[in-house]
Design a binder for this molecule. Structure first.
Ligand code: PLP
Length: 457
């Protein structure tokens, strides 16, 4: 490809591109960060500046950028086949990947339905759960058409996944387009919706879910949840035992548990899947992001045989799941995913993560001492540092100060890419980062938060 000057690219980008989740007026005024290449834990911009990738390129990169084995697997697959449909046909890598996913995911998840993003994985999970109750046999269960989801939930941006979302800033404006869901409280312990503190909490938020299910179970198809950590809400870590309790309630009230492991799956929380922290097997699991190690768009929605069997029937019974995207099960993306999963085993990634998690946990402790850090939340290699103006009242800084964005720019000046969620600074280091690189991520973030927030006071 021809070499373009950075100024030219900047001009064209500002002229032609609309960026997701981006304040476009602010973007128009600033020098944009245009990434040209990646290598290991680093990204390089078009001017040759080098940055540590502190957010794993939106929570996806696992073994680093330009990983030889994954590049190779993609090239080999491209030499055979770039794409063929999965509607009434199969391809080799999607078959092999499905077999592997069944082997590594929690017990009982035996069927894989592919798509391309986390949003579609959830959308599909919801539709499967809905159709399941219409077809599984019992007349009384046909009323199970609603979902329970959590306040502060984020499950993606399509209309179905927004319907089960609970972040007002993103979702409220679409309210009249959405289907009705039943909201349960979020385990946001720093700002407990039930006004409890860690010392006197007995997970009353789960009791609320219990009473919801008690009243509504006859009309509930499933509970959809981000296991262990509500990511986009600002890394809200649920208390130990929360997920297991939700599983138990779903069993008791005969509703499906849909685990959205899009953000937390593939090692992010220190275990291959977050459900493993509490030995939970959901009825449906939604996977994306880390599935290809940050290479290509791919997602999977997996179900139990029991759910799958409800879709089997004679042609005239019309029990088919009428859903499928053009690029579903793309063989190149599946080849990347297979190479990614092989590397987990070859590099013993989950085992080696434990030392990194310890360093990360220890390194995050000092953030609590900062004058404007209200809360630090972490599980595995994912963390949220909540910035407040006043730690006593937990009052955030006024929006006009634009603190999170200024922290991002300050960190970038010092060679680190991070991205906030509202007032929460998010760290999602690449799982393969070295201990030295992880320490740099922590040090640069610490200094950026300190410099920017203390400038304001
Ligand atoms: N579910 C969760 C828990 C997520 O964190 C995200 C994205 O951050 C999604 C779903 C949506 O995934 P995608 O952006 O690939 O559609």
């Amino acid at each position: 490809m021809k070499n373009y000057k950075p100024e030219q690219l900047e001009r064209w980008d500002k002229q032609y591109v609309w960026h997701p989740f981006t304040q476009m007026r602010q973007w128009q005024k600033e020098r944009p960060l245009i990434i040209e290449k990646g290598e290991g834990s680093y990204l390089y911009d078009v001017e040759g500046n080098k940055y540590l990738d502190g957010i794993s390129s939106l929570w996806v990169t696992v073994h680093g950028h330009r990983k030889r084995e994954i590049n190779q697997a993609i090239i080999e697959q491209l030499d055979k086949l770039a794409h063929s449909t999965m509607l009434g046909q199969a391809n080799i890598t999607s078959t092999l990947l499905a077999r592997k996913l069944v082997e590594i995911t929690p017990e009982g998840l035996n069927k894989v339905f592919y798509s391309e993003s986390g949003s579609t994985a959830v959308e599909i999970g919801l539709k499967i759960a809905y159709q399941y109750w219409q077809q599984q046999g019992e007349e009384k269960d046909k009323d199970k058409r609603k979902f329970v989801s959590l306040v502060n939930a984020y499950h993606g941006d399509t209309i179905g996944s927004v319907s089960v979302g609970g972040i007002d800033l993103f979702h409220k404006i679409f309210a009249s387009l959405l289907f009705e869901t039943i909201s349960a409280p979020s385990p946001y312990c720093y700002r407990c919706p039930l006004n409890l503190s860690k010392e006197n909490c007995s997970m009353e938020c789960v009791n609320e879910m219990e009473s919801l299910l008690d009243r509504h179970h006859h009309e509930i198809a499933g509970v959809v949840i981000e296991p262990v950590v509500q990511g986009a809400a600002g890394m809200l870590v649920a208390p130990d035992g929360y997920l297991a309790k939700v599983r138990e309630l779903c069993n008791r009230y005969n509703v499906l548990l849909i685990a959205d492991e899009v953000a937390v799956g593939f090692g992010r929380t220190g275990k291959m899947f977050a459900c493993a922290h509490e030995n939970v097997s959901p009825d449906i699991i939604c996977l994306a992001k880390g599935i290809t190690g940050g290479y290509l768009p791919l997602a999977a929605t997996m179900t139990t045989n029991e759910i799958y069997n409800a879709f089997l029937g004679e042609v005239y019974e019309c029990k088919t799941f009428y859903h499928g995207h053009t690029y579903t099960g793309n063989p190149v993306a599946c080849a990347a995913a297979l190479a990614n999963l092989e590397l987990f085993e070859k590099d013993k990634l989950i085992e080696t993560l434990q030392g990194k998690v310890t360093l990360f946990t220890e390194g995050l402790k000092r953030f609590k001492e900062l004058q404007h850090v209200g809360d630090v939340r972490q599980k595995g290699l994912m963390a949220g540092i909540e910035i407040v103006e006043n730690t006593a009242t937990k009052e955030p800084f006024p929006v006009k100060y634009n603190i999170p964005h200024r922290i991002v720019l300050e960190a970038r000046k010092n060679g680190l890419i991070i991205r906030p969620l509202d007032n929460v600074m998010v760290l999602m280091p690449i799982l393969s980062m070295s201990l030295t690189e992880l320490t740099q991520v922590l040090d640069i973030t610490y200094a950026a938060i300190k410099n920017v927030t203390e400038e304001e006071t």
